[in-house]
Design a protein around this ligand. Sequence first.
Ligand code: SF4
Length: 75
Amino acid sequence: MADCECLAGCPFFNDKMKDNQGLGAIYKRTYCQGDSSQCARHMVFKKLGKPAVPADLYPNMVDRAKQILAAAVKI
Ligand code: SF4
């Protein structure tokens, strides 16, 4: 698995988002340095671009990412 292409500029990876549940390290391994195609932030980034990624969207919030993408399709 390769590092995510967004790693350098990603607020989550660079600890700009709160790690309320202490899962940050696990998410980084799973998504950022694992399979970024499963990351909610990356999904929105790929389809809609970086400005469309909400500041509070965590990598595991795939359902929310799908809602964002579905809403964008309707526009
Ligand atoms: S996998 Fe997601 S959270 Fe990690 S660097 Fe990429 S976009 Fe950011």
